[in-house]
Design a protein. Structure first.
Length: 98
């Protein structure tokens, strides 16, 4: 069985997103890491050599969180970026934590 989020908390005063998971874990994800490691094609490209280096996002905030089906969330940031789909599997496995 795949682990699913049971609660998602946006904590703008602390600079992180906090997710409770169905296995009882609570994991914190820094906004800046979620932004610079965004999984969208615009940031990662369609091949490894097309990936962009995103920097200067230390003060970025999440402005909107949208559930996408039963597999991902879409995050919108105050820098205008909001196209990445963060799958539950990727998030839980730490792909967006540095």
């Amino acid at each position: 069985m795949e682990v699913m989020p049971t609660a998602v908390r946006n904590c703008p005063n602390k600079g992180y997103l906090e997710i409770d998971w169905s296995d009882g874990h609570t994991i914190t994800y820094l906004y800046k890491d979620l932004r610079v490691l965004c999984p969208c094609a615009g940031c990662r490209g369609h091949a490894p050599d097309q990936a962009k280096v995103i920097s200067g996002k230390e003060d970025v905030k999440i402005t909107h969180i949208e559930l996408v089906g039963n597999y991902a969330i879409r995050l919108a940031f105050d820098d205008g970026h909001g196209t990445g789909l963060y799958t539950f599997k990727q998030i839980y496995n730490g792909e967006f934590n540095r």
